[in-house]
Design a protein around this ligand. Structure first.
Ligand code: PGA
Length: 252
């Protein structure tokens, strides 16, 4: 069972990472059962791995089908070929899309090797609109409060675009790259793109996310903490484990 704290957006606190991951997968599954043609906007990173594992189990064990749904990814590094082991194309294929019955024609990840990245951003944003808009967006959160690759300072009215990664983000992600140097730029869905999702779930696990979660869920709404924009969203829920919730002031 989760504990709900009286904040806006809703904050559900789970005892541990497994409970958080199961609940996140259940929320995705519920959405799919109600609306098999849901358009999802999905994250990469360490945090959602448990959710993807559980969804793959639900597909294998319970026949949960993803075949009618459409999927977009939040972001991709710029300058990486799609088959680079650290690309989000590979992450999504290996952890999710390749393990369920997702229709390859309805799976979208920004093309990090596009010759014209700006045109790729426009195409990507338009594809989301054409698909009917995002029904459910799942997010992780960076230690600096980023969502997708919208780093601190990202305009709340931004759409899919090319961004420069914060040095802190490049350091956190450096281990995925040979020579421990992460790319400098990425394509990310923008803050406005994310905000227009009809429903948003933000997942966070571990003490190293506690300050970001506290600032995003209860601090001032500011472009300095991109995830704080979710406080203005009518259907945004933070799903976090006990450690990630540890800096939130419990007003109840
Ligand atoms: P993580 O990344 O899940 O690997 O911590 C989250 C993020 O940076 O958005």
């Amino acid at each position: 069972m989760s504990r709900s704290l009286p904040t806006q957006p809703k904050l559900h606190v789970f005892p541990d990472y497994d409970a958080l991951s199961s609940a996140a997968a259940e929320a995705v599954a519920r959405k799919l059962r109600a609306e098999p043609e849901t358009v999802f906007l999905l994250p990469t990173g360490v945090t959602p791995l448990g959710m993807y594992r559980r969804l793959v189990e639900m597909h294998a064990g319970e026949g949960l089908s993803f075949a009618g749904a459409t999927f977009f990814n939040l972001d991709e590094y710029l300058g990486l070929p799609a088959d680079h082991p650290a690309s989000y194309h590979v992450y999504m294929r290996d952890n999710f899309y390749g393990l369920v019955d997702a229709d390859p024609h309805r799976v979208h990840v920004p093309d990090g090797s596009a010759v014209d990245p700006e045109a790729e951003c426009e195409r990507y944003e338009a594809a989301m609109t054409e698909a009917g808009g995002v029904g459910l967006c799942v997010l992780g959160i960076g230690r600096n409060g980023h969502v997708g690759f919208n780093e601190p300072g990202a305009p709340f009215d931004s759409r899919t675009r090319v961004v420069r990664l914060a040095e802190t983000t490049r350091l956190v992600n450096a281990g995925d790259f040979e020579g421990a140097r992460a790319p400098e730029r990425a394509i990310t869905a923008g803050m406005r793109t994310i905000f227009e999702a009809r429903e948003i779930l933000l997942l966070a696990s571990g003490a190293n996310k506690s300050q970001a979660v506290a600032a995003a869920a209860g601090g001032e709404v500011s472009e300095d903490v991109p995830a704080s924009m979710l406080q203005r969203h009518p259907r945004a829920t933070f799903m976090v484990d006990q450690e990630a919730a540890s800096a939130v002031v419990d007003a109840g």
